[in-house]
Design a protein around this ligand. Sequence first.
Ligand code: ADP
Length: 167
Amino acid sequence: MTRTGFYPGSFDPVTYGHLDIIARAARIVDKLVLGIGVHHGKQAMLSAAQRIKLLDQVTRPIVEHTRVKIEIVTFDDLAVNAARRAHAGLIIRGLRDASDFDYEVQMGQMNGAMAPDIETVFLAASPATRMIASSLVKQIARMGGDVTLFIPKEALALVNVALAETR
Ligand code: ADP
C-alpha cells in the first residue's frame, strides 16, 4: 500500500526550512504531494506557475536520493479537501517554535475534526533551519539583504526578478 502525505504551504518562496521538512517527510511516506496554497486575497511574490517549477527543481535531489514520489499541486480551498483529492492519509506540517505549535496544533485538531481519516504529522524543525520563514526572507530581500543562507539559488533568482519588477 502506498503511504501518501500532503504537505501544504505557501512556498513563497520555498526555503531550506521547507526542504528540510520535505526531505524528512520523504523518509516516512512513499509519495509526497506538495500543496501550494493560492488563496484569493493572499498576495504572493511568486506566481503559482513559478512556485510549481521551483519546487519541482529543488526537490529533484530528494527524489533521486530517496526514491520518494513527489507531486506538486495548487489548491485554493481547505487543506483537508486538497489532501483528500491527493488520496493522502497524512498531512505534514513543520513546527519551528511555540507560536507555530499553538497555531498548528489547533489547526491540526480542527482538520482532524473535519477529516478524522487524515492524520496530521508534525515534524520539529531542524536546528540549522528552524529560524527561516518565507515572510522574513521576503522582507530581508526587499531591504537589500543577502538571503543566500535561507533559500536555494533557484529561488533567489526568482525573488530577484520579482523585486526588480516592482522597482
Ligand atoms: P512560512 O511560514 O515560512 O511562510 P509556509 O506558509 O509555506 O511558510 O509554511 C508551510 C509549512 O511549513 C508550515 O507547517 C510551517 O510551519 C512549515 N515551515 C515553514 N518554514 C519552516 C522551517 N524553517 N522549518 C520547519 N518548518 C517550516
